[in-house]
Design a binder for this molecule. Structure first.
Ligand code: ADP
Ligand code: MG
Length: 410
C-alpha cells in the first residue's frame, strides 16, 4: 500500500485545493470547548498556503437533522460553522472567507448548492482561504453521494483528505470527491496511517493490546483481526462482561452486548486473551461496592448490581504484561470510570500504557473515552500515537479498507 501524500504534489501555485478536514469540535452556544481538532490540521493548511495554493476548506459539524437522508435536512443555524471559522482564522492567523450558501440542503435547490461558493472561489488569489458551510447540511453528503461528489469536485483542482476521524465514512466530501480529482493525504492523515501501520504490519513483540469499553460491536472485529498478530490481548469493560455472560455467569445489571455472546466465546477462549481475575461489583451510584474474585462462585443476582471495574489483582496482572510490551495498543475503558470509585482500573491502565510508551514500547491509543482517561492522568504526551479517529482507528485496526483512504492509494 502506497499512500499518495501532500509532498508529492509538484505544482501547487494557483491551484484550487479542496481540503477535507475534521473540524467537528464540541461547540456550546457558539463557544468552542476544545480546538484541538482544528489545531491538528494547521500544518497541512499552512503548507498549502506557503506553496501558494488556494485553500478551500470542507468539514462537517455535529449531526444536523437529516444529514444522512433520513428526516428533514438543510441549513440549521445551530450547526453553522461561524464560530469554527473564527477559531480556525485565529489559529492560522489569517483571514478565512466564509461562504454561507444557506439555501443548501434542499434537494429541489440542487443547482443553487454552491452558487455563492463558485463566485467566491473564482475571485480567490493564491495563498487565500475559503471555507464552505457544514457538509452535513446536504442530504446527499452521506446518501446517494455521486451527484454531490461531482459538484464538490468542480470547485477544485486537487483534493486533500486530512481528517482521519472521517476516513471511514462513505461521504461525498470524503470518499466521493476523491473519485473525480487527483487526491492526496494531508499531513495529519499521513501520520496516523504511518503509525497505525507500525502496529498492523510488523509490530515489535511482545505486542500487547488492551481492549475494553462499551460498544462491543466495534471491538469484536478488532479482536478478531489483531489476535493473530498480538501476543496478548488484555480485556475489560463490556468486552469481558460479554464473555462472562457467554460462559454462563449471572451478571445482574452488568453491561453486556447480547448480540456478541457467540463471537466473544470464539475469540476470547484462546490463552492469548488475558481476562480479569477479580472485578469491582457495585451500584451505579457508587455507594455500595466490593471486590469479588472471578471464579465459579461469582454470581450477581441483584439487577441493581453490576461489574463496574477490574479489581486490584487484575491491575497487577495486567501491569506485568504492559511492562514487557514493545508494541502497545489501548482502546476502551476497563470500567465505568466516569464514577470515581470505578475509575481505578482505567486510570491505572492509562498510567501503565503511557509509562511504557514513554520508555520502550511503541504506544497507540484511540477512542473518545480512552483519550479522556489519558487526559485525566495527564500523560497523553508520552503516547506515540494519540489517534484522532475513534471509529476510523478501530475499523483500520480491524483490517477494513477505509473508503476515504481507498482513493489515496496507488
Ligand atoms: P472509547 O470511546 O474509548 O472507544 P467506548 O465508547 O467503547 O470506548 O466505551 C467507553 C465507555 O465504556 C466509558 O464511558 C465507560 O464508562 C464504559 N464502560 C466500560 N466498562 C464498563 C462497565 N463494566 N460497566 C459500565 N460501563 C462501562
Ligand atoms: Mg466512545
Amino acid at each position: 500500500m502506497k499512500l499518495r501524500t501532500l509532498k508529492q504534489i509538484k505544482n501547487l501555485k494557483n491551484k484550487r485545493v479542496l481540503v477535507r478536514v475534521d473540524f467537528n469540535v464540541p461547540v456550546n452556544n457558539g463557544k468552542i470547548l476544545d480546538d484541538e481538532r482544528i489545531k491538528l490540521s494547521v500544518p497541512t493548511i499552512e503548507y498549502l498556503l506557503k506553496k501558494k495554493a488556494k485553500v478551500i476548506l470542507l468539514t462537517h459539524l455535529g449531526r444536523p437533522a437529516g444529514y444522512n437522508g433520513k428526516g428533514k435536512s438543510g441549513y440549521d443555524k445551530k450547526f453553522a460553522l461561524t464560530s469554527v471559522v473564527k477559531k480556525a482564522s485565529e489559529l492560522l492567523n489569517k483571514e478565512i472567507k466564509f461562504v454561507e450558501d444557506i439555501k443548501i440542503g434542499r434537494a429541489k435547490d440542487q443547482e443553487l448548492y454552491f452558487a455563492n461558493a463558485e463566485k467566491e472561489i473564482a475571485k480567490m488569489k493564491d495563498g487565500e482561504i475559503v471555507m464552505l458551510e457544514n457538509m452535513r447540511f446536504f442530504p446527499e453528503e452521506a446518501k446517494e453521494i455521486t451527484k454531490l461528489s461531482k459538484k464538490i469536485a468542480k470547485l477544485g483542482d486537487i483534493f486533500v483528505l486530512d481528517g482521519f476521524a472521517v476516513a471511514h465514512r462513505e461521504a461525498a466530501s470524503v470518499s466521493g470527491v476523491a473519485k473525480y480529482l487527483p487526491s492526496f493525504a494531508g499531513f495529519l492523515l499521513e501520520k496516523e496511517i504511518i503509525n497505525l501501520n507500525k502496529v498492523t504490519e510488523k509490530p515489535k513483540s511482545p505486542f500487547v493490546v488492551v481492549l475494553g469499553g462499551a460498544k462491543v460491536e466495534t471491538k469484536a472485529p478488532v479482536l478478531k483481526n489483531l489476535l493473530p498478530k498480538a501476543d496478548y490481548v488484555l480485556i475489560g469493560g463490556g468486552v469481558f462482561n460479554t464473555y462472562l455472560k457467554a460462559v454462563g455467569y449471572k451478571l445482574g445489571g452488568s453491561l453486556v452486548d447480547n448480540d456478541y455472546l457467540k463471537d466473544s466465546l470464539k475469540y476470547c477462549k484462546t490463552m492469548k486473551v488475558i481476562k480479569p481475575i477479580d472485578v469491582v461489583v457495585g451500584t451505579e451510584d457508587g455507594k455500595h461496592y466490593e471486590v469479588l474474585k472471578v471464579n465459579s462462585k461469582l454470581e450477581i443476582k441483584n439487577s441493581k448490581l453490576a461489574i463496574l471495574d477490574i479489581g486490584p489483582a487484575t491491575i497487577r496482572l495486567y501491569a506485568e504484561y504492559i511492562k514487557k510490551a514493545k508494541t502497545l495498543v489501548w482502546n476502551g475503558a476497563m470500567g465505568y470510570f466516569e464514577k470515581r470509585v470505578y475509575s481505578t482500573g482505567t486510570l491505572s491502565v492509562a498510567r501503565l500504557v503511557a509509562s511504557r510508551a514513554r520508555g520502550r514500547a511503541f504506544g497507540v491509543i484511540g477512542g473518545g473515552e480512552t483519550l479522556e482517561a489519558m487526559e485525566r492522568v495527564k500523560m497523553t504526551e508520552f503516547v506515540d500515537l494519540v489517534s484522532t479517529g475513534g471509529g476510523a482507528m478501530l475499523e483500520y485496526l480491524a483490517g477494513k479498507k477505509l473508503p476515504g483512504i481507498r482513493a489515496l492509494i496507488s
